[in-house]
Design a protein around this ligand. Structure first.
Ligand SMILES: *Cc1c(COP(=O)(O)O)cnc(C)c1O
Length: 384
């Protein structure tokens, strides 16, 4: 029986050739392909600076470090995300709080965040991590206004949304990760995401000081810049100024990333076309409800999520037909680790209700129309 996953990478002959070429070069880590990928990615996203790292989680960790998260920091994020969006604060010893989602968009509810901020003494919180969930671009202009009001930083988890955008108050398209509103944004190049590097991640920003900090943190906190070193003993000399990590990407992964990036816009178009076919197929089909996309067409469709009262039975039935739908996500505040950490039980009713009913249908550029029709037909038959 054929298997249809919920997501998968698309690697073609050019991608393979690019990796082979990189493997035969002199430098297979931190060679010329890294800055080339960073520049091409910054160009695609529309930001000034991009820092390539080992994976999306490393991107989050370094972002939290660059934003000076420490044991005094209290940060708000969405419960409907991958656990890494919250874990990055814990790596730095900070505490994480979850504000509920807006059930219409499944992204962080700005009013729920505002209520938290207003209920606490000034200076309680240090930052907010909104997540462009499923590819639905968060209105970062509104979050920036709120963050400024309370003196907070803004870190956008844009793992689901390279190429996605929201429309600002002036009517301009603001692309996810473009650094116009958030201090930093992060992306993942895990194979189910839009751009595959095997493992890989990127941090984007328009802030030069943060950019320079990230470059040093990515490689052990070591600098070779004569301008900032205390002294210079010679060509071999370097100084470690802060505690960093080895979170580098390899040159051959960057070569794969650059090659993938060339097709990213076309693949995003394909994702949007698949979403339109699902939308049409289920428009008058009451047993399931898709999450309505934003009207401006800015959804990046990492995921195509439907809601159903019979989610578990539907999930099990699809598996018997070789269709591997998925659940995104188990609310992070309900994970035993976060429950144990919470001072009092945390409830996010909209996120919990969403989790009971959500299902991510197959969504990836190489999903054929015929395979998609089989998915749609199998769902219809289940409810017949
Ligand atoms: C995938 C993902 C991450 C983590 O990225 P990795 O590259 O797997 O470490 C973080 N946040 C979100 C929302 C993700 O989807």
């Amino acid at each position: 029986m054929r298997k249809i996953p919920y997501g998968r990478q698309d690697i073609n002959a050019e991608d393979v050739a690019a990796v082979i070429d990189a493997l035969q070069a002199d430098f297979i880590t931190q060679g010329p392909k890294i800055p080339a990928f960073e520049e091409a990615f910054a160009d695609y996203i529309g930001c000034k600076y991009a820092v390539a790292v080992a994976n999306g989680t490393a991107a989050l960790h370094l972002a939290a470090m660059a934003l000076d998260v420490d044991t005094q920091s209290r940060v708000i994020t969405s419960p409907i995300t991958f656990t890494a969006s919250a874990n990055c604060i814990r790596y730095c010893g900070g505490s994480v709080e979850f504000a509920d989602i807006d059930p219409e968009t499944v992204t962080l509810d700005i009013e729920a965040v505002r209520r938290k901020l207003e209920a606490a003494p000034a200076g309680t919180y240090s930052g907010i991590i909104p997540v462009d969930f499923a590819g639905y671009a968060v209105d970062l202009e509104a979050f920036r206004t709120l963050a400024d009001e309370f003196g907070l930083w803004l870190l956008e988890d844009a793992c689901h949304a390279p190429g996605g955008f929201f429309t600002d108050r002036q009517g301009h398209q603001q692309h996810c990760g473009n650094g116009q509103f958030a201090d930093l944004a992060i992306f993942s190049f895990h194979p189910v995401k839009h751009i595959a590097c095997g493992e890989g991640g990127m941090i984007t920003t328009n802030n030069k000081a943060l950019y320079e900090k990230l470059c040093v943190l990515r490689t052990h906190g070591i600098t070779k810049d004569p301008q900032v070193m205390d002294k210079n003993d010679g060509g071999w000399y370097y100084e470690m100024h802060t505690l960093g990590y080895n979170y580098r990407l390899t040159d051959f992964q960057a070569a794969l990333g650059s090659s993938q990036l060339e097709r990213a816009a076309a693949k995003l178009d394909r994702r949007r076309a698949i979403a339109r076919r699902y939308d049409e197929a289920f428009a008058d089909f009451t047993p399931i409800q898709p999450i309505a996309p934003p009207a401006d067409g800015g959804h990046a469709y990492h995921l195509y999520v439907i809601l159903s009262d019979q989610r578990k039975a539907l999930y099990d039935h699809l598996r018997t037909q070789g269709i591997f739908a998925q659940i995104h996500y188990i609310p992070v505040h309900t994970q035993p680790y976060y429950r144990a950490l919470a001072e009092q039980p945390v409830h996010c009713p909209a996120a919990e209700a969403y989790y009971e009913r959500c299902l991510s249908l197959p969504m990836y550029p190489t999903l054929s129309d015929e395979e998609q029709d089989f998915v749609i037909e199998t769902i219809r038959q289940f409810f017949a």
